[in-house]
Design a protein around this ligand. Sequence first.
Ligand code: HEM
Length: 198
Amino acid sequence: MFTITFLDLSAGMGLCATGLLTLNILIGMVLSTAYKRSVYWKKLPPKLREISMDDLHNWTAYLALFFVCLHPLFLLLDSGNQFSFRDIFWPLQAPKQPNMVLLGTLSFYALLIVIISSQKIIKQNISFRFWKNIHLISYGTALLFLIHGLQMDPELKDRPTDYLDAEKFFSEACILIVLIASFIRYRYHLQSQNKNRK
Ligand code: HEM
């Protein structure tokens, strides 16, 4: 009979967080441009244009954080592995793939820092430049959690990554999307720098 274990749920939460964080990064990139002046934005149906991109950006981050918290929690509830509470926050002695788990833990800390620094009370007390520099950590965070998700064995049996597996294909698609979007965003940055110089 087909049964769902806590380990399966943990992997599912990790995949949900990966999808949401990828979407969140894309929205963040759009927000950092003059998107409302773009022809593509103007062509969108009015109902879609009414959606606040700021709210969408905030809520995808909060929802992703929720899934990121559930992901190691389900791992602890799974009786078939030896992960301890300490391995979640300090995974250097984790029973399986400690280096890859460390990438996940670091992305969790980085996500927390970015979310906390974006709270009104903090934002009002730091300069825009400082806040933006903290926010730019998100590019590195994406790299960490995407490598983590791709390399972790969802069954924790030290198997090599099956790059054709559906879940791994999802992480690969997210990596491709983030890389292409970052390239487009960087080109936009260079173009606006050139315009400012003229
Ligand atoms: C931004 C944070 C994180 C994201 C987006 C993320 C995402 C993922 C993804 C996509 C997988 C592979 C699932 C699969 O292929 O079916 C995975 C596996 C795993 N992750 Fe994370 N992770 C994050 C943080 C963490 C943290 C903090 C830990 C701490 C222990 C952790 C531990 C694990 C472990 C042990 C696995 C293998 C078992 C499983 O699939 O649940 N991850 N993660």
